[in-house]
Design a binder for this molecule. Structure first.
Ligand code: IMP
Length: 426
């Protein structure tokens, strides 16, 4: 078996895009298993910067087959725009397939996301307003339209008719305007025609690939603490970014997953509302935001920045059954004299459960030496200053999880692989 899940170990934006790009070059299949265009993955290759929201970052590898799996929320308009942009930018891309079980995001989902956020007032979640929550609500309510239905005009027409009537009533109730069936159907029917050739029975293809021992990379979006079940509910997304989502979202069973690598930044960031015990609202937080260019890929919002929360990270290692960690953006911490990491939540020995519990968390911080060297040129572990090595060893020891890969800059080449055996097996 050669299957690997790449999962976000924090609140998303851990620089998974670069990692999936690097490891995707070694995979035959790259499968995005959850979320939609609420995610934003940046990949920098030479002088080109690619921004992906729906396409797996592995799409740039012509020998890999990229799959948008059944657990995803697909905005057809966004996907076509992204596909055209990538085709114009890249010298070539790999084959793309879409699962018929993936759900389609429509304009009424985006509109409802906006209206519902407005109606929440002080309790808004800070969503990306891409319609993700309302689309997954439809999925659970069993009124969603899936890619397999979408690409069959008669079925699409009939399902859209039924659901739009209901959505229009809902939108007017919340102060919005109705959407015309004819306009929506005509526009989206054209997208469906364009996407139809990509819709394939990806579950069977993946089952065969697992059996043949092909290298399959499962690409997570968002992060562990945005997971609907395991995150800081209700400040979460509506899908399952955790490693379990890779099996739910693709139809590949748990025993077929060999390795799980969790991507974490060397500090913590979060966008949107919700608890963040190690948040820094001072000059050091600003410095990290500046040095790390911590602004959202999707919304451009400044990300909240803070110290590395090892208590949360250790929990993420546990619930994702992680084989190893990929620690990114170590270069961003250069120039901070004293680093701090959170090693306990005061007066608690369990993870907070509710919004109220999280609000009361007081982090216990430990200090570690910082470094001033520019580490972007390091090629191997031995090139790293001892303060960086100590920082990494501290993370490994606290989380009881080995560091498999370090990322020390945005380029593909700025990657140090410490444990190749934890990637595709030995
Ligand atoms: P939604 O996924 O748009 O419904 O947003 C729910 C929460 O998840 C908000 O706090 C968003 O900021 C957050 N979120 C969604 N996608 C991402 C992501 O890719 N990175 C970081 N945060 C995200």
């Amino acid at each position: 078996m050669s299957t690997l899940v790449i999962v976000g170990a924090q609140w998303g934006d851990e620089a998974k895009g670069k990692i999936v790009d690097v490891l995707g070059s070694q995979a035959k299949w790259v499968v995005r298993y959850s979320g939609g265009n609420n995610a934003g993955h940046t990949v920098i290759i030479g002088d080109k910067t690619y921004k992906f929201q729906l396409l797996p970052a592995g799409i740039l590898h012509q020998n890999a087959i990229s799959i948008l799996a059944g657990g995803m929320a697909i905005c057809p308009k966004g996907l076509i725009e992204e596909l055209d942009r990538t085709l114009a930018q890249a010298d070539g891309i790999g084959e793309l397939m879409i699962s018929p079980a993936a759900h389609v995001v429509f304009p009424y989902h985006r509109k409802l996301d906006e209206l519902e956020e407005g109606a929440r007032g002080d309790h808004s979640i800070g969503t990306t307003r891409r319609g993700i929550g309302p689309m997954y609500t439809d999925k659970v309510q069993r009124i969603g339209i899936r890619m397999g239905d979408f690409v069959q005009p008669d079925i699409f027409r009939e399902k859209l008719h039924r659901v739009l009537d209901f959505k229009n009533r809902l939108m007017t109730l919340l102060g919005g305007e109705e959407i015309s069936f004819d306009d929506l159907f005509d526009e989206y029917q054209a997208y469906a025609t364009r996407l139809k050739p990509y819709v394939r029975d990806t579950e069977s293809l993946l089952a065969r690939a697992v059996k043949s021992g092909d290298r399959i990379l499962f690409e997570g979006a968002q992060g562990t603490f945005l997971d609907l079940d395991h995150g800081t509910y209700p400040y979460v997304t509506s899908s399952h970014p955790t490693a379990g989502g890779a099996t739910l979202g693709t139809g590949v069973g748990p025993r077929a997953i060999q390795n799980v690598l969790g991507v974490c930044k060397s500090y913590t960031t979060r966008v949107g509302e919700g608890p963040f015990p190690t948040e820094l609202t001072n000059e050091i937080g600003d410095q990290i935001r500046r040095q790390g260019n911590e602004f959202g890929t999707v919304t451009g919002r400044p990300r909240r920045c803070g110290w590395l929360d090892l208590v949360a990270l250790r929990h993420a290692c546990q619930i994702n059954s992680m084989s190893g960690l990929i620690i990114t953006r170590l270069d961003v911490l250069s120039g901070i004299d004293e680093l701090q990491v959170c090693t306990a939540y005061q007066n608690r020995d369990t993870m907070p459960y509710s919004r109220e519990d999280w609000a009361e968390v007081v982090p216990s911080l430990e200090s570690l030496s910082g470094w001033y060297e520019d580490i972007q040129g390091a090629k191997v572990w031995e090139d790293l200053p001892s303060a960086v090595q100590n920082y990494v060893r501290f993370i490994e020891s606290f989380t009881e999880t080995p560091a498999a890969i370090l990322s020390i800059g945005p380029d593909r080449s700025q990657t140090i692989i410490l444990r190749p055996d934890l990637i595709w097996g030995s």
